[in-house]
Design a protein around this ligand. Structure first.
Ligand code: BES
Ligand code: ZN
Ligand code: ZN
Length: 496
């Protein structure tokens, strides 16, 4: 576990494995801090840049050996690109790249000297970049464990005692946020034989206990009593019991506060059911609970940050399996709230569990409901792996989410929910059917959900493409991305 702290001192005297320093691109671009490091090294940085061996281009890394000129054996430079283009997202990317290359060198302790005018936001972004960039999911690997390299300590070094409290604030917020993202990544990466609906619910319960959240869990008996017919239909083919989790922050003063309900699709494995997916189509379907992971990661952070709000997290957890007891194409189920659904494709199961959850959300008389779901493959086709599809019934709420997403650089792009799309979901025998006409798949999913998100402001975020990264990039690791956790925390912090 990486420890992050702050210290007052002079970089020349610090005994550590490496001193990390950001350098802007361009001539005469050395900041006063970089200037003083350059001087201490007898002009090594300006020499290097003069030769053109290091230009300060974004994410370029070069490590200098100090030969006793300062107490640390290494000074490692990272390019920050052009000063005028530098922003929070660049800080995260640069920090991730730098931390990874230092870790791979075998460095355990680093010191980051920081300028006097650094903001808590920038410190937060460094913490996010470093911790998210270093993330790996290796708990199931038994071989080569001794060779795993780990960065153990990062110390922000300031020359100015009065800056320490601002730096500490940045560290704390960065830690809270990354803990939430890492929880979401771990859950998403956990295979379905380790993470069943029951275990997902138990994890939620332990988060609730730790962060003082109210927690209620519905098992299949309770789900029957409460008439969660759509969710029960999805789970009936599986040997694993479904679970519906209700987490509440700010429960005691719920009536005096704005209520925000977060809803997550929690399909711990999506085989497609009887409308079975292809072999390769299910390779990543352990990630189909990523929406639930986002909600849980955000709720954990909210429990720590204690915003002036009432926040409810709802998780609809189930497996989607084929078997003799599985639901069939053509079946009709009755959702929470009474609307009937004709199931034409059992692989469109996310919208079914969400139909019940969105119906239940109304009981909280919410100001806003936001759902996160790996709902469609179509959203991957339309927007790729970096951008989620956002749709909603209240443009003000959608705009709020877009602006939070811009700050955290979790890309969203709005798709329309015009009534033109409703025709395709009409059923001959029930109130609605669970598939459209094969066109505009992501919008069809959103249009279906809209029918159940009645009586409140609502936004749906389709994270089919963003929840899971096959390649990984800068601070997004391979596998579960934890997409949406930072966005939700930002939204909650900016609410008032
Ligand atoms: N979990 C999938 C969506 C998905 C597929 C996300 C691939 C990411 C990558 C969802 O339950 C599903 O199977 N949706 C179907 C809906 C269709 C049958 C209307 C889809 O997208 O093909
Ligand atoms: Zn499916
Ligand atoms: Zn699914």
């Amino acid at each position: 576990m990486l420890k992050i702290n702050v210290k007052v001192g002079d970089f020349r005297q610090e005994e550590t494995d490496a001193i990390a320093l950001g350098i802007y691109e361009g001539e005469d671009s050395l900041t006063p801090l970089a200037e003083s490091v350059d001087q201490a090294l007898g002009g090594a940085i300006s020499n290097l840049m003069g030769l053109g061996d290091f230009e300060g281009k974004l994410k370029q890394v070069v490590t200098l050996y100090t030969n006793g000129k300062v107490s640390s054996p290494r000074i490692s430079l990272v390019g920050c690109g052009k000063a005028e283009d530098f922003n929070q997202e660049n800080i995260r990317q640069v920090s991730a790249k730098h931390a990874r290359s230092l870790r791979n060198l075998g460095v355990k302790k680093i010191i980051v000297p920081i300028p006097d005018d650094i903001s808590d936001l920038s410190v937060q972004a460094i913490v996010e970049g470093v911790k998210l960039g270093l993330y790996t999911f290796d708990q199931h690997k038994t071989e080569g464990r001794n060779e795993i390299k780990e960065l153990e300590e990062l110390t922000f070094l300031t020359a100015n005692e009065s800056r320490t409290s601002v730096i500490k604030q940045g560290i704390e917020l960065g830690n809270t946020i990354t803990d939430g993202v890492i929880l979401a990544r771990d859950l998403t990466n956990q295979p379905a034989n380790y993470l069943t609906p029951t275990i997902l619910a138990e994890t939620a319960q332990s988060v609730a206990k730790e962060k003082n959240l109210r927690c209620e869990i519905f098992d299949s008996v309770k789900l029957q009593e409460e008439k969660f017919g759509a969710m029960l239909g999805v789970s009936q083919g599986s040997l694993e019991e479904p679970r519906f989790v209700i987490l509440e922050y700010g429960f005691e003063e719920a009536n005096e506060k704005d209520t925000l309900v977060l809803v997550g699709k929690g399909i711990t494995f999506d085989s497609g059911g009887l409308s079975l997916k292809s072999g390769s189509g299910m390779e990543t379907m352990k990630d189909d609970m990523a929406g639930a992971a986002t909600v849980l990661g955000a709720m954990q952070a909210i429990g720590e940050l204690k915003p002036d709000l009432h926040v409810v997290g709802l998780i609809a957890a189930s497996e989607n399996m084929p078997s003799g007891t599985a639901q069939r194409p053509g079946d009709i189920v009755t959702s929470y709230g009474g609307k009937t659904i004709e199931i034409l494709n059992t692989d469109a199961e996310g919208r079914l569990v969400l139909a019940d959850a969105l119906g239940y959300a109304k009981n909280f008389k919410p100001e806003a409901v936001i759902d996160f779901a790996t709902l469609t493959g179509a959203v991957v086709t339309s927007l790729g792996r970096s951008t989620a599809g956002i749709m909603g019934t209240d443009q003000k709420l959608v705009d709020r989410i877009i602006s939070a997403a811009e700050k955290t650089h979790e890309r969203v792009w709005q798709l329309p929910l015009w009534d033109d799309y409703e025709e395709a979901l009409k059923s001959e025998v029930a109130d609605v059917k669970n598939t459209g006409d094969g066109t505009a798949g992501a919008i069809a999913g959103g249009t279906f959900l809209k029918k159940f998100a009645e009586g409140y402001s609502w936004t749906h975020i389709d994270i089919g493409g963003t929840a899971f990264d096959i390649k990984g990039s800068s601070y997004i690791s391979k596998g579960g991305s934890g997409y949406g956790v930072r966005l939700l925390i930002q939204l909650v912090r900016d609410w008032h």
